[in-house]
Design a protein around this ligand. Structure first.
Ligand code: NAD
Length: 440
């Protein structure tokens, strides 16, 4: 099939690459000229495991093209995907201006029947707004589909190739058939496509993200209580998740959720609720618990070094909002680091993929290193924000030798309490008692 993908970010580039991998001819359109120039030169602007290989392979085979020219994308495709950003507006609502501007342009270029599919996360009702907008500018036939994306950064290619489900919001049987054909290669083992009306599809995306965020905030709230009553959140997590009605996924306590999706989608859902007179009580609490959790972690470190901030250097492991991505949007690491910098502390940081983008986001106020151990030299403590695999089994002897004080603040519960205590560290984690060297 001939496909156009508008917006070549995490979602758009993965969608385009994977659809090309299935044999489709895909043209990617983005209004960021620098990004398009890089992609044309074979430079992949984001870090996402497996993506570089797919993009390069399909580009070489002539199945994947990049342009800033939306008209040529529209002219040369049957299905047009919208994967542009939908960030938070000032008031917390979802800013759909990029979707609307692309829809307007597409309408102006439309000359025969196309299927227009929104992959971006957009508030319920956007299908109606976009459909009316396009209809008001063209008499060319088209169908509009809501097809929210559920991929996870860090496993995006894998998720696209083998999705849990594909949600397609359309009332047209012909469109259902076309999308079933397009997604067929990704459902070899079993059919995972769920059709529904567009409003339900739009709502499903927000409900899914709110549910995931709820699990995290719930665990974080329980972790606070665990610390007070002498329980261990990791034991509780195992016990809780072993119930087949609950399951173990998304039950990790930590320093709070971040990223480009959960925080903004929660804000937008609360906003949609208030527009319709529904107080999203649970969702609001989820949001508040998440702020509290980040604040609590930052406060613990600030309290520890109170009075000697100017003489304190923190070694930070992990800047991305989670492992296997270079995305630092609303990363708890950046949220906390800003507070440390405000207190006059120095930051030496390492992240396998996000160091450059994080340093830029913090106006070069931190020093970054090529490996985790170099960031430790003469630091007063190690602070862990991201659960990168390479942090899980480090050389504790080297860490101890390099740090000025053998102290670890771990926002991801990466280590066994006995192990770090025996290695001679004072260790602060989430929802577990702090441990001191030599103290059983
Ligand atoms: P992104 O910021 O990485 O990419 C968006 C791209 O759209 C950018 O390259 C930008 O230059 C381009 N763009 C913006 N306006 C444009 C315009 N008028 N014309 C052409 N291109 C334009 O965003 P993302 O993370 O890929 O997210 C895209 C959408 O998918 C959002 O709605 C997001 O909520 C949703 N989503 C994201 C994820 C994720 O993990 N990142 C997962 C599921 C859904």
């Amino acid at each position: 099939m001939k496909i156009c993908v508008v917006g070549v970010g995490y979602v758009g580039l993965v969608t385009a690459g994977c659809l090309a991998e299935a044999g489709n001819n895909v043209v990617c359109v983005d209004n960021d000229e620098e990004k398009v120039a890089k992609l044309k030169a074979g430079i992949i602007p984001i870090y996402e495991p497996g993506l570089t290989e797919i993009v390069k392979h399909n580009e070489q085979l002539g199945r994947l093209h990049f342009t800033t020219d939306l008209r040529s994308g529209v002219d040369n495709s049957f299905i047009i995907f919208l994967a542009v950003g939908t960030p938070s507006a000032q008031d917390g609502s979802c800013d759909t201006s990029a979707i609307l501007s692309v829809a307007r342009e597409i309408a102006d270029y439309l000359n025969d029947y196309k299927i227009i599919v929104t992959k971006s996360t957009v508030p319920v009702g956007t299908h109606r707004v976009v459909t009316d907008l396009i209809k008001s500018r063209t008499s060319a036939p088209f169908d509009y589909v809501s097809n929210p994306e559920f991929l996870k950064e860090g496993a995006a290619v894998e998720d696209f190739m083998s999705p849990d489900r594909i949600i397609v919001g359309t009332n047209s049987l012909a469109v259902q058939k076309a999308l079933q054909q397009l997604y067929g290669p990704f459902m070899r083992k079993r059919t995972r496509i769920v059709f529904m009306n567009p409003a339900s599809a739009e709502m499903t995306k927000y409900a899914a993200n709110a549910m995931l965020a709820t699990r995290i905030s719930f665990m974080n709230e329980v972790s606070v209580l665990c610390e007070k009553v002498g329980a261990d959140i990791e034991l509780v997590r195992h016990g809780l998740g072993s119930d087949s009605r609950i399951g173990l996924a998304f039950l990790f306590p930590g320093v709070g959720f971040g990223g480009s999706c959960l925080p903004k989608d929660i804000r937008a859902l609360i906003r949609t609720g208030s527009e319709h007179g529904v107080d999203m009580t649970i969702t609001k609490a989820v949001q508040q618990v998440n702020v509290n959790q980040q604040e609590r972690f930052a406060a613990r470190i600030k309290d520890y070094f109170r009075g000697r901030e100017e003489k304190t250097t923190l070694a930070i492991w992990g800047l991305a909002f989670k492992a296997k991505t270079d995305d630092v949007r609303e990363s708890p690491a950046l949220y906390c680091i800003k507070q440390f910098l405000d207190r006059g502390m120095k930051i030496k940081a390492y992240d396998p993929a996000a160091a450059g983008v994080a340093r830029a986001a913090l106006n070069n106020a931190i020093e970054t290193f090529q490996n985790g151990y170099d960031a430790l030299d003469n630091a007063n403590a190690l602070v862990i924000f991201t659960d990168w695999q390479e942090f899980r089994n480090p050389d504790f002897g080297t860490i101890k030798a390099k740090l000025k004080e053998p102290v670890i603040f771990d926002g991801r519960n990466l280590y066994d309490l006995d192990l770090v205590r025996e290695a001679g560290f004072e260790y602060h984690s989430i929802g577990r008692r702090p441990t001191l060297p030599g103290v059983p």
